[in-house]
Each structure stands twice: as C-alpha cells, then as structure tokens.
Unconditional design. Structure first.
Length: 211
C-alpha cells in the first residue's frame, strides 16, 4: 500500500479520548523494545513518525495514527516491562481492556514478537487474551535480519508452537533494517481493515472497501 498521508492525531490516556468516526483500525501490540515504532515507520515510509526510545516502557498512551484519511494504526503501550508503578500498570490495563473489548472500529491486532527468541510468558498471555476476545491476530516476527536465512523456518516454527497460533493467524518475518516482510504485512493488514466481517455487526452499515 502506498502511504499518501500519515499523522499522529492523538495520544489517548483514557477511553473517552479515543477518536470517533467510522474509520477502521488495527492495533499494534508487543513487548517494550520489540520494534513497534520501527515497524510503523517502515510500513508508512515515514522516518521518525513513531518515536523510538532507548527507555523501555516510555509509551504510556494509545497513539492513534491516521493513515491515508481512511484508517488508523493504534500503537498501544508495550507490555512486559516492570519499572513502572503498580498503579500505572493498573491504569494502563483498564484503558487497554476497555479498548480491546469495546472498540467497534478495531478490526484486529498486529502482535510483534522478537524473532530471535522463543515467545515469552507475556507474549503467550497477550496472544491468549486477544484470542479469548475473538480478535484476529497477525504475528509479526521482528528483527529477522539478525537471524541467518537458513534458520528462519526454525524460528517461525518456534513462535507458532510457543504461542499455539491459530491456523488462520499468519506469522510474518519482518526486518525494519531491510524492509523484508513489508509487502506481506501490508497485504494482511489491508485484509483485516477492509474485510466484510464486522466485529460488532450493525444494521445498514456501509462497508469501507479499498478503492
């Protein structure tokens, strides 16, 4: 997909701050430092749009990016990082739970996993939680450039088995350094955004179809 426009429209700390409108959206979830910001920047060909940080856990809001005047990417706080207060973690949890459970515009989730390692307990818990709520998931295995090509299949299998990935959920190797996997990631994301399957069906709703 060609990106003609992309902007951060709001960093929402509470659910009442989520933008309205009919635009479909895909959430991006993953452990802190897994490469979510780099993934966003690579997909959108916008260097520096999503800020990368050397300090894990810095993202404490849901960041809504409005793309091509048609849909949102939603960067949610990274999980698995303990150096924040218990009250902060609980506040994030309540806001994200509200988002994932109630957000009608949400079509699915991109869960990013570090391809170099086995999925962590936090990765497994997040995937199980998303599937419990009947959300389609695209697994993106980041940092593929750090693994020799001859071992790619082994690492994909390791992720599929570790998460017990549903057959309908794709696992995509990705590298922000080389843009490997970018086209396939866009293909899967586009299918989620503009499929005819509504998570919360409504009568007389018109579907957003790609032009």
């Amino acid at each position: 997909m060609k990106t003609t426009s992309a902007e951060l429209i709001i960093s929402a700390a509470k659910d009442h701050q989520f933008p309205g409108g009919p635009y479909p959206e895909v959430a991006l979830s993953g452990r802190s430092n897994v490469g979510k910001s780099s993934f966003i920047n690579t997909l959108l060909t916008r260097k520096g749009l999503a800020r990368t940080s050397q300090r894990p856990g810095k993202t404490q809001t849901l960041n809504f990016y409005f793309i091509n005047d048609r849909f949102h990417f939603v960067d949610v706080p990274g999980y698995g990082y303990a150096k924040v207060s218990k009250s902060e973690r609980e506040a994030w949890g309540r806001t994200m739970e509200s988002y994932f459970e109630k957000r009608e515009q949400l079509k699915g989730v991109v869960q990013l996993i570090d391809a170099r390692h086995k999925p962590t307990v936090d990765d497994e818990m997040m995937y199980d939680w998303l599937k419990h709520h009947d959300l389609p998931v695209i697994i993106v295995a980041t940092k593929a450039d750090k693994i020799s090509k001859g071992k790619w299949d082994k690492h994909i299998k390791q992720i599929r088995e570790g998460l017990q990935v549903d057959k309908e959920d794709p696992v995509i190797l990705f590298s922000s350094e080389t843009a490997y996997g970018k086209d396939r990631a866009w293909k899967e994301i586009t299918q989620l955004l503009f499929s005819k399957t509504e998570r919360f069906p409504k009568e007389n709703d018109e579907e957003n179809e790609p032009s």
